[in-house]
Design a protein around this ligand. Structure first.
Ligand code: GDP
Length: 304
């Protein structure tokens, strides 16, 4: 979509621009070309191993297809990137798993500052405009200002919120919210959680306690656990994702700040290393700056 491309323009002017520069300087498919390609991939944060591996695969594929001119080589690369994305897990990547009946519960996890609250605000607006009855739960009771910030989003989006004073037990918030969601026929419940990765055991306990509270009311809940990652942090985001994956059953990724990053390659790295689908991407600070992720649009967008 247009917005997706526009939002990506910064990402493109870096990862994409590097790729385009590579092809602008294209003379022939020799070792220099593959060296430059490997450098481009490494600089764009697809990860060192993957950059080397991908370059090897591309070298093979270019030979196999006897691609010689710029356009053919570029097409081989585009196709390979899309393949990597699709191979890594062939679910319908951007789909949100919705409850067949009753409220759909979505947990949002991620460390402070990645854009978790903003993302919930954007998602709530989307679902509300889709005609859904939306409830927010301010279960990040630890970060100063988190409750207030979510409350502001609730007002802006004109959706309801369950909140308690700071330092309350997050599970108590979840308990009240899931009750309300069931009793009052909400379609979706978005739960903001605290992401204190510095203590993995704490985080794990807290999340499993929340889940227990949820499943007592709705056996299939949570229907999604979405991990929010900041694309500008590159490989750091990848490490966070690994830790969260060990801690809880993450079902998908929301990659924020893709509008402001030189490291667009992180999308491929997440897919390749974590086998988790990127469901949405954040492309700015405004409420409308959230798009479903589409691998084809993304990869073709890089080469425009
Ligand atoms: P949280 O601590 O994870 O809840 O993070 P916040 O939602 O408070 O977001 C942290 C900062 O990142 C805020 O200034 C947001 O406006 C900003 N932000 C969030 N998502 C995006 C995005 O997709 N693009 C840009 N450029 N900024 C974003």
């Amino acid at each position: 979509s247009n917005k997706f491309e526009k939002g990506l323009s910064k990402s493109r002017s870096t990862f994409g621009e590097k790729l385009n520069r590579l092809f602008a300087n294209f003379r022939s498919v020799d070792e220099d070309f593959f060296d430059d390609l490997e450098d481009t991939l490494i600089e764009s944060d697809v990860g060192f191993d993957m950059a080397v591996n991908l370059t090897d695969q591309l070298r093979e594929e270019v030979k196999l297809q006897n691609a010689k001119n710029r356009e053919d080589v570029q097409n081989v690369i585009i196709q390979k990137m899309i393949d990597i994305y699709d191979q890594a897990g062939n679910d319908e990547s951007t789909k949100i798993n919705m409850a067949e009946n009753g409220p759909t519960v979505i947990l949002f996890v991620g460390v402070n500052g990645v854009g978790k609250t903003t993302t919930i605000g954007k998602m709530a607006d989307k679902y509300k405009k889709d005609g859904k009855k939306v409830l927010l739960a301010a279960a990040d009771t630890f970060r100063a200002g988190a409750i207030e910030q979510l409350d502001e989003w609730a007002k802006r989006d004109q959706v309801d919120i369950v909140k308690k004073p700071e330092k309350s037990d997050p599970s108590a918030v979840v308990y009240e919210a899931v009750h309300k969601a069931k009793e009052e026929d909400y379609d979706v419940l978005f739960v903001d959680t605290a992401g204190r990765l510095q203590n993995k055991v704490n985080l794990m306990n807290e999340l499993s306690k929340m889940k227990k509270v949820l499943t007592r009311e709705i056996p299939e809940a949570p229907h999604e656990v979405l991990l929010v990652l900041d694309a500008t942090t590159g490989q750091n985001a990848l490490n966070q994702a690994k830790l969260f994956k060990e801690t809880t059953d993450v079902t998908g990724i929301i990659l924020t700040k893709l509008d402001g990053t030189a490291k667009g390659g992180i999308v491929l790295a997440i897919r390749n290393e974590l086998h988790l689908p990127v469901k949405y991407v954040g492309l700015g600070e405004k409420v409308s700056d959230l798009s479903k992720f589409d691998a084809n649009d993304y990869v073709y967008g890089l080469f425009k």
